[in-house]
Ligand binder design. Structure first.
Ligand SMILES: *[C@@H]1O[C@H](CO)[C@@H](O)[C@H](O)[C@H]1NC(C)=O
Ligand SMILES: *[C@@H]1O[C@H](CO)[C@@H](O)[C@H](O)[C@H]1NC(C)=O
Ligand SMILES: [Ca+2]
Ligand SMILES: [Ca+2]
Length: 365
């Protein structure tokens, strides 16, 4: 049986799909070759209810609770929880693009912004690292509290699928699975034992903030993330250049075949891959595009000022947070979002089987 949370969630989708248009235009169900609009990525919203202000407060409260300052005794556990970091040289860079792959996502206009230097985790936060955090703090993720999370239909067992009767109208390959969480990515019968070096999944924005705060870091702004993605290259599509497969090699964990029915896994992975399975970019960062989407700290908007900005942080408020980089589920026909300028959004309390994060800091950690 489905719990009420799931039904509530589904209602949220239905009303959204039938009513207000998403600002990203991602409600469109038809495929527009070359201008793919939807991987259903932004459909994964829990029903509105909690006021934004409350979310901010909760986020701050959680962040305080798990800050290094209030967890002096956890220093040892943190050591094994830290990713290696690399220096990202700041300066001016071209943020966004004037040749948007998905114009409705607000990829443009291209604007010159200044971002200060910072340090970034070379990899997505892994299950191993997240487990260290949970072991040390007893942290409970939002998906565990809500009792469900979104899982890609293609990775579910028949037994789990048979128990689910409702899906997301605009993105039927997403199923709300009772008991799905970071420890049980495809539901209660699944586990992460063989995937400790894969990115952690089913983490909400607040979960990501709590982890980063605990290791004395923070989430990147969208501008920081994109500057880092570009790896020192100017105005290129991907972290490594303009060619998706230089010398016929795969540079990211994406989807090959036909979405959502056939995944040929030509890149070696049907679902997530161990972090660092593909080449690093010019800054030494792995999986900036593909593998899992990554939360940023910015609220979502598709309108951007072209006035010169220093360390832009996005709008002061909003309903959705920006995520970057695309995932192992992205195929050009549905979700041409594995580009540095590409972007998508989710409500902060969303979690799914293709969404994770990495942290940054001003100083080396
Ligand atoms: C977390 O705790 C469990 C149980 O004590 C242990 O088996 C596991 O290795 C710990 N994980 C990490 C990353 O420390
Ligand atoms: C984890 O899942 C694998 C199958 O993927 C299974 O063989 C194993 O017994 C499970 N481990 C636990 C502790 O449930
Ligand atoms: Ca793949
Ligand atoms: Ca990624």
């Amino acid at each position: 049986m489905l719990c009420c949370t799931v039904l509530f969630v589904v209602c949220g989708f239905v009303s959204k799909v039938g009513g207000a248009q998403s600002s990203s235009g991602a409600d469109t169900q038809e495929l527009i070759p070359g201008e793919a609009s939807s991987c259903g990525c932004d459909q994964l919203k829990r029903a509105a209810g909690a006021a934004e202000v409350k979310e901010e407060e909760d986020g701050a409260k959680r962040a305080g609770k798990y800050s290094k300052h209030t967890n002096e005794r956890t220093t040892e556990a943190q050591q094994g929880t830290q990713s290696q970091m690399v220096h990202i040289p700041g300066g001016e860079f071209l943020f966004g693009t004037d040749d948007p792959g998905i114009p409705a996502d607000g990829e443009g206009p291209q604007r010159l912004v200044h971002v200060d230097s910072f340090y970034m985790d070379v990899q997505e936060v892994t299950n191993q690292q997240f487990e260290g955090f949970v072991n040390a703090t007893g942290y409970r993720t939002e998906a565990e509290t809500f009792g469900d999370s979104f899982v890609f239909e293609g990775s579910l067992s028949e037994a789990v699928k048979n128990e689910i009767t409702q899906a997301v109208a605009a993105a039927p390959w997403w199923l709300p699975v009772k008991g799905a969480s970071w420890r049980h990515p495809e539901g209660p019968d699944s586990n992460i034992t063989e995937r400790m070096d894969h990115p952690v999944l089913h983490v909400s924005w607040a979960d990501a903030v709590a982890f980063c705060t605990w290791v004395n870091k923070r989430l990147p702004t969208e501008a920081e993330w994109e500057l880092a993605c570009r790896g020192g290259l100017k105005d290129r599509l991907y972290p490594w250049g303009n060619k998706l497969k230089p010398k016929e090699q795969h540079y990211a964990n994406l989807w090959q075949g036909d979405f959502p029915t056939h995944n040929s896994a030509e890149d070696g992975f049907i679902q997530t891959s161990p972090v660092r399975s593909f080449p690093a970019n010019g800054f030494g960062l792995y999986d900036m595009v593909g593998n899992v989407w990554e939360w940023t700290s910015d609220w979502w908007t598709v309108y951007h000022t072209t006035e010169q900005q220093h360390n832009p942080k996005g709008p002061l408020s909003g309903t959705d947070k920006v995520k970057k980089g695309g995932s192992y589920m992205c195929h050009k026909s549905y979700c041409y979002r594995y580009r540095c300028a590409a972007r998508s959004q989710n409500t902060p309390d969303s979690s799914a089987s293709n969404l994770g994060f990495r942290c940054v800091s001003q100083e080396q950690r």
